[in-house]
Write a protein that binds this ligand. Structure first.
Ligand code: BGC
Length: 457
């Protein structure tokens, strides 16, 4: 996840990071896995059982994790069904013309029970009473739910049903926030979030089927509004990382898949999409702004200018400030040193290229600044704190909402250098370690997000 167009790490530094990692490896091979530790997955040779009070739970083919038993119903067990919903989909009754203005207004954002359960399980393992109370309060802050495998898609139907019921009983309709994230050859310039589909093995058809399944779920609940972030990193990689063979090879497929996603979601009448646009330290470099605007606009026009594409999402799963008090020294050389400068610079280029210049900005883990050694460091940044709370009161007309896109506490990538999805960024000196697989729970990282939250929890 979240590669950038350049890395500044010297080979020497990388070697020392790798050696440092090797030094901590024995922690991974304990007789019985501690709570939150790895206990299985592709290539795993360590303990496959957990200490009392925890159960080894399959998270993905790459990773099983010792999750606490007292997790209040939390389970990350993979759902193996890949078939579509069994209920008959009813035609959407919602208008096919987008509502005017900001799609977040007039709705209550649905709190995903999956994240609430992760947070409850984490809080149960925090002993300090003040920190525990703060941790528990995070369950009431809306995040996006990532549909990073096709197996997770049926759970969307469950969330939408609950959101629909809440909307009916409260009289204010619900809004469910999702991230569409299952491209074939995913995360083409990094390794940590490589996905389940490959282009060489029917990836495009598998992806179309994944989108069809999402659409079939959403179709059943036309009274619930959905805001979707489309494919973090994908188009940004096509702007700056075509020198990476995997990205060059993926270019046509990414474009076809993203086009299919926004066209199909657009037929529903209740899904507002924001394409992922990297962040200030990626597409925000002055030389990248115009190529980025051109790519977003051409994809959008080729897709038939879908009216429910509302704009772009920035800083997803990254750590940049919305508006930095002063530029972090690592941003030197880029006048667009925070998200608001990036958005202000990109907006006019989008408008003149014919793309809607509305934005949402992830601030979930941006509470503490000046903690990275290089701007390209994106993995489990040490000392990060929860950031500005989700709000539509953004202070900037171009920004529809501040959001928490990355559920804080879910990992960016493993620091285990022998893992199939190891990415060196996750073993850098400014990356919190030892870190489990991307998307799984990282308890120590979560408690730091809680204690360093800014504004405080
Ligand atoms: C991971 C996904 C996960 C998401 C949210 C990504 O980096 O690859 O598996 O769902 O983060 O935590």
């Amino acid at each position: 996840m979240l590669s950038t167009f350049s890395t500044t790490l010297s080979d020497t530094k990388m070697l020392s990071s790798v050696l440092a990692l090797v030094a901590i490896l024995p922690a991974f091979v304990a007789a019985q896995g501690a709570v939150w530790s790895q206990c299985g997955g592709q290539g795993w040779t360590g303990a496959t059982t957990c200490v009392a009070g925890a159960t080894c739970t399959v998270s993905s083919q790459y990773y099983s994790q010792c999750l606490p038993n007292s997790s209040g119903g939390t389970t990350t067990t993979v759902v193996t069904t890949t078939t579509g919903p069994t209920t008959t989909a009813s035609a959407p009754t919602g208008s096919q013309t987008p509502a005017a203005g900001n799609p977040f207004t007039g709705h209550n954002i649905y709190l995903t029970p999956f994240y609430a359960a992760e947070v409850a399980a984490a809080a149960a393992n925090i002993t300090d009473a003040t920190t525990k109370a703060k941790a528990l309060s995070v369950a009431n802050i809306p995040t996006f739910t990532w549909f990073d495998t096709v197996a997770k898609v049926p759970s969307l139907g469950t969330y939408l049903a609950a959101a629909s019921a809440q909307g009916k009983s409260s009289g204010t309709p619900s809004l469910v926030q999702i991230i569409v994230y299952d491209l074939p050859d995913r995360d083409c310039a990094a390794s940590a979030s490589n996905g389940e589909f490959s282009i060489a093995n029917n990836g495009q058809a598998n992806y179309f089927n994944y989108i069809d399944q999402l659409v079939a779920q959403i179709k059943q609940f036309p009274d619930v509004r959905v805001v979707a972030i489309i494919e973090p990193d994908s188009l940004a990689n096509l702007v700056t990382n075509l020198s990476v063979a995997k990205c060059a090879n993926a270019q046509t497929t990414y474009l076809a898949c993203v086009t299919y996603a926004i066209q199909q979601l657009n037929t529903l009448g209740n899904v507002y999409s924001y394409l992922d646009a990297g962040h200030a330290g990626w597409l925000g470099w002055p030389a990248n702004l115009s190529p980025a605007a051109q790519l977003f606009a051409s994809l959008y026009k080729n897709a038939g200018s879908p009216s429910f594409v509302r704009g772009l999402a920035t800083n997803v799963a990254n750590y940049n400030a919305l508006s930095a008090a002063s530029p972090d020294p690592i941003t030197q050389g880029n006048s667009n040193y925070d998200e608001i400068h990036y958005i202000d610079a990109l907006g006019p280029a989008l408008t003149s290229a014919g793309f809607p210049a509305h934005f949402i900005v992830d601030q979930g883990r941006s509470g503490v600044q000046n903690i990275r050694q290089a701007w390209g460091d994106w993995c489990n940044v040490k000392g990060a704190g929860f950031g500005i709370r989700p709000t539509t009161n953004t202070g900037f007309t171009a920004i529809d909402a501040i959001v928490w896109a990355k559920p804080g506490g879910e990992c960016d990538g493993t620091s285990n250098s022998s893992a199939a999805r190891f990415d060196f960024h996750c073993a850098l000196a400014d990356a919190d370690q030892p870190a489990p697989e991307a998307g799984t729970w990282f308890q120590e990282f979560f408690t730091t997000l809680v204690t360093k939250a800014n504004p405080p929890l």
